[in-house]
Design a protein around this ligand. Structure first.
Ligand SMILES: Cc1cc2nc3c(=O)[nH]c(=O)nc-3n(C[C@H](O)[C@H](O)[C@H](O)COP(=O)(O)OP(=O)(O)OC[C@H]3O[C@@H](n4cnc5c(N)ncnc54)[C@H](O)[C@@H]3O)c2cc1C
Length: 407
């Protein structure tokens, strides 16, 4: 008899896991707290390591058709625009890593995942929040916030950084405010002078702040993320309308490409950035975690969703390979934990570099700037990203080169 798997959360991680599991013939039911399926109106960078999984799940072409392929990633000085380094993407990335590097609207990726899940007969219940679970040696019981309960063979907590499943497994511990906020917005490219925004992943770094801009939907939209260190954050909400005048004032002395982009922006969201210390345990008998529920990270390597996508493939693979759920979950954790911990850690380190937050970081940037004139910083930057982008979990698992040994 096939196992009944319940997933808490229909975000990118939950839907990707549902699709990966359905492709391996598991019966999957997803419960989403929100009564409507929706994604934040913002962009997402999808690196080749994530695209390998979307290719294996059969939605890479649909995603590519809705996305924008940047020709490079460029880090620049916030005022002068002088590049610190340029990492070639576009065809270069496709040849080097065997998959595309894309920019996609989150809603487009979410819709592609949702449609693929529906086609695979995944059941998705909206407006139902999972509160907690209880388990004995034989039974796993899942409790909803309306006092209903169900039984299942396995529960996957893909319920984001404020995960109820994680709280039930490891005890309630609030996520930590990182002292940084992100404004996010999307603007029609037609409102801007042609060619103003370069067809790259544009990263501008300056004291205490950084700014990212890139095209979405084949170049019709421009997405931006503006991050500022702000220790005084008091609000509970993570995602509320931002004050556009405040945003413009915060970046008023930055490069004209940024001030022009903000001058045609009417709406933005303000998003406080939270994370957690890396966890050492993701599973508890027949319950496991995935995505931001177990490894929330600062977006400074643009890898949070990519890691949830990789998790999904690894989890479905492990469950298909081992009928003993506990063994399978241990294998999943063995494969995923070291990689996600490393990326969590390195994303935090990037905050200091981008924001020039200490004399050491300023000296590093001065050195990078000097090396850029001889093209050396480009090579260093590209090599530093290889461990992320060149990783192909689909290939690694099919060749058996990932360790499934249970510690
Ligand atoms: C400014 C910013 C920029 C980013 N840029 C990138 C990028 O370029 N590339 C990248 O890869 N990542 C990026 N990320 C990270 C990425 O957005 C997240 O890592 C990713 O969305 C996590 O997906 P998830 O499914 O694990 O969690 P979430 O997206 O948080 O989804 C969790 C889902 O669970 C639901 N839920 C919550 N509680 C319950 C419950 N009790 N019961 C049922 N349902 C529940 C929620 O409503 C939600 O739908 C960025 C993040 C930020 C903040």
């Amino acid at each position: 008899m096939s196992k009944k798997i319940v997933i808490a959360g229909a975000g990118i991680g939950g839907l990707c896991a549902a699709l990966a599991l359905a492709k391996r013939k598991f019966e999957v039911v997803v419960y989403e707290r929100n009564s409507q399926l929706s994604e934040v109106g913002a962009g997402l960078q999808l690196s080749p390591n994530a695209m390998h999984v979307l290719q294996a799940l059969g939605i890479a072409n649909e995603v590519k058709a809705k996305a924008f392929s940047p020709d490079s990633a460029v880090m620049r000085h916030y005022k002068t625009g002088k590049p610190y380094f340029t990492v070639p993407l576009g065809d270069n990335a496709t040849q080097k890593y065997g998959a595309h590097y894309l920019h996609i609207h989150r809603a487009d990726l979410h819709t592609a995942l949702y449609n693929a899940c529906v086609n695979m007969n995944v059941t998705i219940h909206l407006g139902k929040a999972i509160q907690s679970y209880q388990q004995t040696q034989q039974n796993l019981t899942i409790h909803f916030d309306n006092n209903e309960s169900i039984k299942a063979d396995l529960l996957i907590g893909a319920d984001g950084i404020k995960s109820n499943i994680q709280a039930c497994m490891l005890g309630k511990k609030p996520a930590e405010f990182t002292g940084q906020v992100a404004w996010r917005g999307v603007v029609k490219a037609s409102k801007l002078p042609k060619g103003l925004i370069k067809p790259s992943a544009n990263l501008w770094v300056g004291p205490g702040k950084h700014f990212v801009s890139y095209y979405l939907r084949g170049g019709d939209l421009v997405n931006f993320v503006a991050v500022q260190e702000r220790k005084d954050w008091q609000k509970e909400s993570w995602n509320e309308p931002g004050d556009i005048d405040e945003l413009r004032a915060t970046f008023a002395d930055w490069h004209p490409e940024i001030t022009k982009l903000l001058s045609v922006t009417n709406h933005c969201f303000l998003w406080a950035l939270f994370d957690r210390q890396p966890l050492e345990q993701w599973s508890d008998r027949k319950v496991t975690l995935l995505g931001d529920a177990c490894h929330p990270m600062l977006p400074f390597l643009a890898q949070g969703a990519a890691m949830a996508i990789e998790d999904s493939y690894a989890l479905a693979y492990c469950l298909a390979c081992d009928t003993d759920i506990q063994n399978a979950l241990q294998s999943y954790q063995n494969i995923r934990l070291p990689r996600t911990q490393k990326i969590q850690h390195n994303a935090r380190k990037n905050a200091a570099l981008y924001h020039m937050s200490s004399p050491i970081e300023q000296a590093k940037l001065t050195l990078v700037s000097a090396l850029s004139s001889i093209g050396f910083s480009d090579k260093i930057a590209a090599n530093k990203l290889d461990y992320i982008y060149a990783y192909n979990i689909v290939e690694q698992l099919s060749m058996g080169s990932e360790s499934l040994i249970i510690n």
